[in-house]
Design a binder for this molecule. Structure first.
Ligand SMILES: [Zn+2]
Length: 81
């Protein structure tokens, strides 16, 4: 379960395209707003195969998402929730 939104399993699809906690950086680096979840895996493949810095932008997203996750986790631990 995603510890932030508590909406679904925290897998890579959720973090990349679905979770509202990462929505702003997802939009910034991946430029994608997903409506149809049945095409999520195909969108991941397309992103990685993109010649338009797809892998680089994905790496930037992962870096920023990791920092955000760490700060959220630290905040949760600090407040004792
Ligand atoms: Zn989430």
């Amino acid at each position: 379960m995603c510890p932030f939104c508590l909406e679904s399993v925290e897998d890579e699809i959720h973090v990349l395209f679905v979770c509202p906690v990462y929505a702003d950086i997802s939009l910034k680096y991946l430029g994608t707003v997903v409506i149809d979840e049945t095409t999520l895996e195909q969108q991941c493949v397309s992103l990685l195969a993109s010649e338009d810095n797809g892998a680089l932008n994905l790496a930037k997203f992962v870096f920023c998402a990791g920092q955000r996750r760490q700060s959220h986790t630290a905040g949760v631990m600090a407040t004792g929730i």
